[in-house]
Design a protein around this ligand. Structure first.
Ligand code: MN
Length: 716
């Protein structure tokens, strides 16, 4: 596929650049950037089999199509040398000056970010990150040119990579190109993305366009002649051309439910003139001759689009009754429409403006105002500008995980803020932080581009109240506060209290009898708790059983063993079967559902209803004899069988610990088998539990043990 493409050389680049760059020195600088590029990338190859230098060379050629200036072209040629060739920013600065070095550095920085487009909510955010991180808009333009060439050679990648890169391009980079108004690049990125994401759709549209091409070409050329003659009669100098809609824009319309034959603006003309006055004259002349479609006239000259686009649009009944979408604009407007922000390069009078826009914060804001469209349907422009302003005025910092995922945090943030923005659990189990390979205190102030690694320990007691004074972000503070006031904790306390009450009743004891100051002191000491709530909490969360607590006092008398559970596995009262009152119900012994599990019933032939976990793979083999079942909310004290695989890396100590944990968690073990492997021991354990919460708590506790690698529930 690539072999039919022209192989560009440095001479092609110089020729294209010299069509608008006149300085001999600048052209020489481009040539020497090319030489450094070849030297640095010598011996490297692309997936396409080409020598690597073709990629930066093509990137630079794409940059000339948007009239990039000399430094941008040089940076385009060198854009991969920091990342791939161990070149330092200083080296580039010494040889090509700070601007080129900064541009290359900026592209490298963006390339380090991993964008996962799986999370739709993050897409807007990623766009902002790219825009926000590029201190100079030229960095984004180089990135777009880089991506465009990568998309053109995407065929060389695996299908999985093709889809991933195409999706990222369509979701993040094409919209950025659009918001910067660089239509040329945007449109090609979209078409190429579609070709890899939905090849069937792409080729289907391409075929249909081909099949109707002859007919359309004829109509368009007749219309061009007709309009052109009309304008000549009125002495208006002009250029006029037919224009084809991109495959992607047709796809979008088809997606909205339009039929291929109805997409009337497939036929389109563009008229270019010298001044605005002529634009308005032409619209009058055209409307006088061809009947316009109502409401299709748009004046983007008086009311430019947010990205700076200006043009008059109208749709008319043309010759033979074909509909034509006609755009009328000046050549300068056309330049801006095609090249967006990059078009400033093409016009000397705007050159100062570009430079301003890349240096001063004020001008940067102007630039961002012009891309408010980025968020136009989600935020007012004011909100958007404010949110971008925050980023520009450096109220936020960007830091990375060791894997390169980016996080945005308020300035002044600490490792605690970072940990909580990764995940609440990371925050709560955090025991230390490493920034750029050095251990830092928890109140260390993070800086832009820091690489932060959080050390966690699952046995950590959780955040300390002191963290509230250290954390900066509202998110982290809220999470820490809620840790201390967590409703879960209250629930545990309540449940623990009820549990203890029940145990006392069983022993025919009263609360007052049991909770004397003397007894409490003994319990606090032995169970290592600080107060009554703490005691209830530990019973409620299963750390120890109420039997254990009562035994601390009444160990000699009355010490009943934990009740051995003798629950039949058919427990009709536990399950409510939709629409049926009395029917025999079994809990399936392949997946052993426990209350709290998502369940589904299967009507057996002659043995009532068998209840499976929804995730049970055996369901796949059963036909449509399914019935909705739910757990009865009013539950008994029944216990339920559950089977676990406990993977351990050291058997002797682990077995003892597991037995102890089961006993203190009020869980009785029904049976246990040991499977020995070379480097691990797997215990197959059948246990009796109250419900899913009880079971999950036990599994979590096991997983927190040093020797336990993994615990899984078995489905046979
Ligand atoms: Mn590249």
């Amino acid at each position: 596929m690539a072999s039919d493409k022209k192989q560009y050389t440095i001479e092609d680049l110089i020729e294209k650049a010299s069509s608008y760059i006149t300085s001999k020195e600048e052209l020489e600088k481009i040539r020497s950037a090319y030489e450094v590029c070849c030297e640095k990338h010598a011996g490297q190859y692309r997936d396409s089999g080409e020598e690597f230098f073709h990629h930066p060379l093509n990137t630079a050629i794409i940059l000339t199509t948007v009239y990039a200036d000399c430094d941008t072209i040089c940076a385009g040629l060198l854009h991969d040398v920091i990342e791939d060739c161990d070149t330092t920013k200083q080296e580039l600065e010494d040889e090509f000056g700070p601007t080129v070095a900064n541009l290359v550095y900026g592209v490298t920085k963006i390339n380090k970010i991993h964008f996962s487009t799986e999370n739709e909510a993050l897409i807007e955010y990623y766009k902002k990150i790219i825009v926000g991180m590029s201190e100079d808009v030229r960095v984004i333009i180089i990135k777009l040119a880089d991506r465009l060439h990568n998309m053109r050679t995407l065929w060389a990648k695996s299908e999985e990579k093709q889809k991933k890169i195409a999706k990222e391009t369509l979701d993040i980079l094409a919209p950025i190109a659009h918001h910067l108004g660089i239509h040329k690049i945007k449109s090609e990125l979209e078409d190429l993305s579609l070709r890899y994401l939905k090849p069937n759709v792409f080729y289907d549209i391409a075929d249909k366009l081909n099949n109707t091409k002859l007919e359309r070409d004829k109509v368009v050329s007749d219309m061009i002649t007709s309009v052109s003659n009309l304008l000549k009669e009125n002495n208006i100098e002009h250029e006029i051309k037919g224009r084809s809609k991109s495959i992607y824009s047709i796809y979008k319309k088809l997606e909205k439910g339009r039929k291929f034959s109805d997409i009337y603006d497939l036929l389109a003309l563009r008229i270019l003139v010298d001044n605005v006055q002529q634009c308005y004259s032409i619209i009058g002349i055209i409307h006088a001759k061809y009947k316009p479609i109502p409401k299709r006239f748009k004046d983007y000259i008086a009311m430019p689009k947010p990205n700076g686009y200006q043009s008059l649009h109208t749709t008319v009944f043309g010759i033979d009754g074909y509909l034509f979408e006609i755009q009328i604009r000046t050549k300068e407007m056309d330049e801006i429409a095609e090249n967006g922000v990059a078009s400033h390069w093409a016009y000397k009078e705007h050159k100062d403006l570009t430079q301003q826009a890349t240096t001063s914060t004020e001008a940067k804001l102007q630039f961002f105002k012009s891309i408010v469209e980025l968020n136009e349907d989600k935020m007012t422009s004011e909100e958007f500008v404010n949110s971008v302003k925050n980023e520009i005025l450096n109220n936020n910092i960007y830091v990375f995980t060791p894997k390169g995922d980016i996080f945005e945090l308020p300035k002044g943030s600490t490792p605690i803020d970072f940990a909580y923005s990764v995940h609440t659990r990371v925050g709560e189990t955090m025991v230390g932080a490493i920034v750029n390979d050095s251990i830092v205190p928890l109140d260390y102030e993070l800086k832009d581009n820091d690489i932060v690694k959080i050390n966690t320990n699952k046995n950590s007691p959780g955040p300390s109240k002191e963290w509230l004074n250290i954390a900066k972000s509202t998110r982290a503070k809220n999470k820490i506060r809620s840790f201390f006031t967590r409703s879960e904790k209250d629930n545990y306390i309540e449940r623990g209290k009820a549990d203890l009450e029940k145990e006392l009743r069983k022993r025919k004891l009263s609360f007052n009898e049991f909770l004397t100051d003397e007894n409490l002191e003994e319990i606090y000491k032995s169970a290592k708790v600080v107060d009554l709530d703490d005691l209830y909490l530990n019973i409620g969360n299963g750390k120890f059983s109420s039997t254990y607590v009562v035994n601390l006092i009444y160990k000699k008398e009355n010490a009943e063993p934990i009740k051995k559970v003798e629950v039949p596995k058919t427990s009709d009262g536990d399950i409510i079967v939709e629409g049926i009152d009395k029917i025999k119900v079994n809990l399936a012994n392949c997946c052993n559902p426990v209350p709290g599990d998502e369940i589904v019933g299967y009507i057996t032939k002659g043995n009532g209803i068998s209840v499976h976990r929804r995730s049970c793979h055996n369901l796949a083999f059963l036909d449509n004899r399914m019935i909705n079942v739910t757990w009865n909310e009013e539950r008994t004290n029944n216990r339920y069988l559950s089977s676990l695989f406990i993977h351990c890396n050291e058997q002797d100590k682990s077995l003892l610990e597991i037995m102890q944990k089961a006993s203190t968690s009020n869980i009785s073990i029904d049976s246990m088998h040991t499977h020995r492997k070379v480097d691990e021991v797997i215990y197959e354990v059948d246990i009796w539990v109250r419900d899913l919460e009880h079971l999950n708590k036990f599994i979590r506790d096991l997983e927190n043990m040093t020797y336990v690698e993994k615990v899984e529930r078995i489905i046979q």
